[in-house]
Design a protein around this ligand. Structure first.
Ligand code: NAP
Length: 427
């Protein structure tokens, strides 16, 4: 009998190509078959030595395959293929954040039932060994907060806007030209990608699943170069952040505060220095204190590094009795509540446009005062020809619902033209 660990690879795109390239000369592994959508497609390397098919269910049903590596992405057909493979007793290695965020609890339960394991190191933070750090390295800790820059595309855009004074549209176009943003960038710039990732990180950090749909999300599309410049003057950099922390609401203490939005990060915070397509995750633990993991969050070989690491980990344990049990995730089956965004507490950056008329400042002051919002800083930019004044304010920490009530009063006042953007400040 062969002592090699047998693999089926589902997907041969950016990540799959890297995975096969790293594994093909490793004598410990036997790649039995690869599934792709289009066998005739031109590939970056010669893969003619491998059996290739267009039906991933064949991998799930092949009794000679021990580990299914799912690097196709999306829900359909990945989710059904993975389920079938689990039922057929295969271990799973996947890079699929969307599938794990949406169906993780169900898949983990199914895997436990069939005594197999699911590894997903590449699903968050690409090449950064982040999942295993949360899952194993930090077990001695009660984690209080995970805050991360986990989307390289938005970090690239925001870095370009700051460094080269580019508009959002120009920075996005450059990200696309450089291959860092998809032709349809909406999952990235509207924050959906970060929602999937923070869902996974939160469930590992707090050992309870949460529902993707409950997570508040704000994209980066409303941010202008002026916001980036003023934030800098106030002592911050704007970063797209996935945040998961224990709630501070005494009335609802079990609810987790999990959300995805751009934030003003103090220049002194380690996350402020994370530039370009890099990812970084800042974790606060009861014993370890604060740590930050940083590195390439995407790309062929960084991501393949995480996938192949998982494959090697499974292969080295696969012959041990009860091995899958050892890797069972300590995640409760009870879904944790997510705190409504209204209940969260933040400092805020507000850019608004008003008519340049007397009384505007007094009105703003009383609207904030009426709702208990105290101001930290204030600046007014020049008045345009049509008489529009741009006013930018920073508030002290306050409940979101108080801020929203003040903003409603401000919007209802005829001197206000529009609220341009509201951003939260990381404290
Ligand atoms: N790209 C990254 O840097 C990165 C980083 C971290 C995580 N990930 C995750 O890794 C996964 C793969 O990403 P990727 O960028 O490598 O994607 P990709 O380049 O689009 O590759 C997808 C691969 O899956 C194959 N495929 C798709 N649907 C299929 C179907 N129905 N049947 C058979 N094969 C099918 C495609 O076949 P064809 O080649 O024939 O089209 C292709 O080879 C995703 O879950 C992604 O979120 C990616």
């Amino acid at each position: 009998m062969s002592t090699k660990t047998t693999l089926g690879i589902f997907g041969l795109g950016t990540v799959g190509t890297g995975v096969v390239d790293l594994l093909r000369d490793n004598p410990q592994f036997d790649i039995r078959a690869i599934s792709v959508r289009d066998r005739a497609k031109q590939r970056d390397f010669d893969f003619s030595e491998f059996e290739m098919n267009q039906d991933p269910f064949k991998l799930a049903d092949d009794p000679t395959i021990e580990i299914l590596v799912e690097v196709a992405g999306g829900i359909d057909p990945a989710y059904e293929v993975v389920k079938r493979a689990i039922i057929n007793g295969k271990h799973i290695v996947t890079a699929n954040k969307e599938m794990i965020a949406k169906h993780g609890p169900e898949l983990f339960a199914l895997a436990n039932q069939h005594k197999v394991t699911i590894f997903f190191e590449a699903a968050v933070g690409g090449g950064i060994p982040l999942i295993s750090t949360l899952q194993r390295g930090l077990q001695a800790n009660k984690v209080s907060r995970v805050a991360g820059i986990v989307n390289g595309t938005t970090n690239y855009i925001l870095t370009k806007m700051e460094r080269e004074q580019k508009s959002f549209a120009d920075a996005l176009a450059e990200a696309q030209a450089a291959g860092f943003a998809e032709a349809d960038p909406s999952d990235d710039i509207l924050g959906r990608d970060v929602v999937y990732k923070i869902t996974i990180l939160s469930s590992l950090a707090f050992q309870a699943p949460i529902e993707v749909e409950k997570i508040y999300r704000q994209g980066i599309t409303e941010i202008t170069d002026l916001d980036i410049k003023l934030a800098r003057e106030f002592g911050y950099r704007i970063k797209m952040i996935g945040l998961a922390q224990r709630g501070e609401n005494p009335g609802n203490s079990d609810a987790l505060d999990v959300r995805v939005h751009p934030m003003l990060v103090p220049l002194t915070h380690p996350l402020a220095g994370v530039d370009g397509v890099n990812n970084a995750i800042f974790i606060s633990g009861s014993a370890v204190g604060e740590i930050m993991l940083m590195g390439p969050g995407a790309g062929r070989y960084p991501t393949a590094s995480a996938v192949v690491g998982d494959v090697i980990n499974i292969a080295s344990a696969i012959k041990l009795p009860d091995f899958a049990q050892y890797f069972q995730l300590p995640i409760s089956s009870n879904v944790s509540q997510v705190m409504p965004i209204d209940e969260s507490e933040n400092g805020y950056y507000i850019r608004l446009e008003t008519h340049d008329s007397p009384g505007v400042i007094g009105h703003l002051g009383s609207a904030f005062g009426n709702h208990g919002v105290s101001l930290h800083s204030f600046t007014q930019r020049g008045v345009t020809e049509d008489g529009t004044a741009t006013i930018v304010l920073l508030t002290h920490r306050v409940k979101e619902k108080q801020l929203q009530a003040a903003l409603k009063e401000i919007t209802d006042n005829p001197t206000t033209k529009q609220i341009g953007v509201v951003l939260r400040v990381l404290s």
